[in-house]
Write a protein that binds this ligand. Structure first.
Ligand SMILES: Nc1ncnc2c1ncn2[C@@H]1O[C@H](COP(=O)(O)OP(=O)(O)OP(=O)(O)O)[C@@H](O)[C@H]1O
Ligand SMILES: O=C(O)C1=C[C@@H](O)[C@@H](O)[C@H](O)C1
Ligand SMILES: [Mg+2]
Length: 190
């Protein structure tokens, strides 16, 4: 858990990555509450800016435009902010510039989930995730596996299979505390 930005490790933004539906938004909001930090969900920010759901943004402006806006939002946060918990969209790390900016400026947690657990969530996700629509289950599985390589470089990977969202947030906090103490130890009381 080490990166190269000037901002002290304890103040760096925390970025959550992983495939659609692994829990970035849910876990991110628990994490923000527990750490008394602001939570930023990039998909929600873009939806607010366009005043329409992601599915409509994809239909009206296309995925390419969505990716450009997504990149703008993330790069701005990486260069101008600290102490935020940021949930980025499942496809954000497809853009190398986004990936490099997050890795250089923030602590990046990859939320991992195996395919068998993930596919039980598909029904909850399909209406709001355009990149899952008009695909067979086999095609979604292929997308799931092909996306894993964009998440492979991270500062910490969390296996979320056996944990509920709150437990994952607690696990991330434990990991952070270990890393912070290791790289930026607090002084003893005397
Ligand atoms: N650890 C967990 N255990 C069980 N269910 C979970 C867990 N984390 C999230 N969920 C559920 O999975 C669904 C998807 O979660 P969420 O919207 O947080 O995913 P996401 O990673 O933000 O997806 P996207 O990238 O598409 O925005 C929600 O209904 C949420 O309640
Ligand atoms: O993985 C993806 O391609 C996406 C994930 C969502 O978070 C949204 O950013 C959008 O639906 C695209
Ligand atoms: Mg989300």
């Amino acid at each position: 858990m080490q990166n190269n930005r000037e901002v002290p490790l304890r103040e760096q933004n925390i970025v959550l990555i992983g495939f659609m539906g692994v829990g970035k938004t849910t876990i991110g909001s628990h994490l923000a509450r527990k750490l008394y930090r602001d939570f930023v969900d990039i998909d929600q920010e873009i939806e607010q800016e366009y005043n329409m759901p992601t599915t409509e943004i994809f239909k009206t402006y296309g995925e390419q435009r969505f990716r450009e806006i997504e990149k703008e939002h993330i790069l701005k946060l990486c260069s101008n902010t600290r102490l935020k918990i940021i949930s980025v969209g499942g496809g954000a790390f497809l853009q190398e510039e986004v990936k490099q900016a997050c890795l250089a400026s923030s602590i990046v947690f990859f939320l991992d989930l195996n395919w068998n657990s993930w596919k039980d969530r598909l029904k909850m996700l399909i209406d709001t995730r355009p990149n899952l629509q008009s695909k067979t289950l086999e095609e979604i599985e292929e997308l799931f596996h092909s996306r894993q390589n964009i998440y492979a470089v991270n500062h910490s990977k969390i296996d979320t299979d056996q944990l509920d969202a709150e437990e994952v947030a607690d696990y991330i906090i434990q990991t952070l505390n270990l890393g912070w103490e290791l790289y930026e130890p607090t002084r003893g009381l005397n």
